[in-house]
Ligand binder design. Structure first.
Ligand code: UGA
Length: 436
């Protein structure tokens, strides 16, 4: 199959390389010339395990190329649109400029029988609107909506072997043809029995946003329990283990801590809420405002714990371990770690932060912070150590050895991943979130 991928950000770049890896002939197109040059040279523009190797082998196979020219999409049969839908600068809604621009420019290069496949996370109703645009400008092309569920850190695996496929297609022959084309694209996943749900546009769009809303709600639920646990002397990690044994609830995504961040969950719940309000359905998603508030309160709680333990923030030396929004990523978008580090610094603390992958991105966004390459360097003479991103190297750190480097042995475990008994035995004051 000849596939074009419009938008070579996180999603698009991985999708393009993965499709070539699966044997398709692929062109990746993006307006960002620097990014395209890096990808064409086999240099991943972001940190993602396994992506560099897959990019290199796909380029070497001759089946993958990159371009900044939308005209290069011409002659390809299936066109994935994977551009970003960030939160708009002036509100909670998704900024649809990149999607609209991509469709507007692609429409002039489509041929009869082509299938355009939306992958971006969009407000419900977008696909119908874009199908209308294609009807006017490229009447013999068909639109399908095929949301993506990849997780950063597992992007390659999630793209090659997704846990489900969702196709939103129009009724009738055009829809059937689109399903056939998508089945060819995903032949290996379909062949290995991956569940595949064929539905209408609106459902496909909603599957994506409701999945992320559910995950965010699950995390904020356990973080709300952490607030209650803090006030009552209970332990939220034991609570999560206990309720997680109920198969209907499940233990995954019940890790209480500093909460969710990243380029997806926070902006997706806000965009969902904004769209529901536009539709006059604000009440149906009112709980998402609470989910967001609980999540942001956890960041403030970490700052408060540092203040409590240090007896004030002015001049307190704080080491922040982790900057990425989660381990195995260099992504700092809406990162709880970066927010906490910035809030501490804004309140007068002297912050030194470290991360195995995210320092370049963080230092561009927050030049006011001091950065250290290693945890050992970051904690030198610290009054308080705060662990926020649970990189395995930080989780496995030896509290006794670290204790030799700090001024005071106080650790705040923002992800509840350290063993309190071990740290206390090494002379540390240990504070977790939602734990005694
Ligand atoms: C999320 C979804 O998990 C993917 O399914 C989805 O495709 C993606 O968004 C997207 O829309 O593109 P991702 O943002 O990569 O993926 O990260 P997650 O693994 O979901 O983690 C999100 C945040 O929640 C992280 O900050 C993580 O630390 C936090 N988290 C996760 C918790 O605080 N507690 C948990 O128990 C789990």
């Amino acid at each position: 199959m000849r596939i074009s991928v419009i938008g070579c950000g996180y999603l698009g770049a991985v999708h393009a390389a993965a499709m070539a890896h699966l044997g398709h002939e692929v062109v990746g197109i993006d307006v960002d010339a620097e990014r395209i040059a890096a990808l064409a040279a086999g240099r991943p523009p972001f940190f993602e395990p396994e992506f560099g190797d897959m990019l290199a082998s796909s380029l070497a196979s001759g089946r993958l190329r990159f371009s900044t020219d939308m005209a290069d999409a011409e002659g390809y049969e299936v066109h994935f649109v994977a551009v970003g839908t960030p939160q708009s600068a002036d509100g909670q809604a998704a900024d649809m400029r990149f999607v609209d621009a991509a469709f507007g420019s692609l429409a002039g290069h489509l041929r009869p029988g082509d299938v355009v496949v939306g992958k971006s996370t969009v407000p419900v109703g977008t696909a119908s609107r874009l199908a209308e645009l294609l009807r006017e400008r490229a009447p013999e092309a068909t639109l399908a909506w095929n949301p993506e569920f990849l997780r950063e850190g597992f992007a390659v695996k999630d793209t090659i072997a997704p846990d489900r496929l969702v196709y939103g297609v129009p009724d009738g022959d055009a829809g059937e043809r689109a399903v056939g084309r998508l089945d060819e694209v995903y032949a290996s996943a379909v062949g290995s029995g991956t569940p595949r749900i064929v539905t209408d546009y609106a459902t496909a769009e909603l599957v994506k946003v409701s999945a992320n809303a559910f995950l965010a709600t699950k995390i904020s639920f356990i973080n709300a329990m952490a607030e209650i646990a803090e006030a009552t002397g209970a332990d939220v990690t034991k609570l999560a283990d206990a309720i997680g044994h109920d198969a209907r609830i499940g233990r995954r995504f019940l890790n209480a801590g500093v909460g969710f961040g990243g380029g997806c969950l926070p902006k997706d719940i806000r965009a969902f809420s904004a769209r529901a309000h536009e539709l006059g359905l604000g009440d149906s998603v009112k709980f998402l405002d609470e989910v967001d508030k609980i999540n942001l309160r956890r960041r403030a709680r970490v700052v408060q714990l540092v203040e409590e333990e240090a007896g004030g923030l002015e001049g307190t030396k704080v080491a922040v371990l982790g900057l990425a929004f989660k381990p195995h990523s260099d992504d700092i978008r809406d990162s709880p770690a970066l927010t906490v580090a910035q809030q501490l610094a804004a309140s007068g603390a002297v912050v030194t932060a470290t991360d195995p992958a995210a320092i370049p991105n963080a230092s561009r966004r927050a030049p006011e912070l001091t950065y250290a390459e290693t945890p050992e360097a970051a904690v030198a003479d610290a009054d308080v150590v705060v662990l926020i991103t649970e990189w395995p190297d930080y989780v496995g750190i030896d509290p006794a050895a670290l204790g030799e480097l700090v001024r005071r042995r106080v650790v705040i475990d923002g992800r509840n991943v350290l063993d309190p008994a071990r740290w206390r035995a090494a002379g540390w004051t240990y504070r977790g979130l939602g734990r005694r």
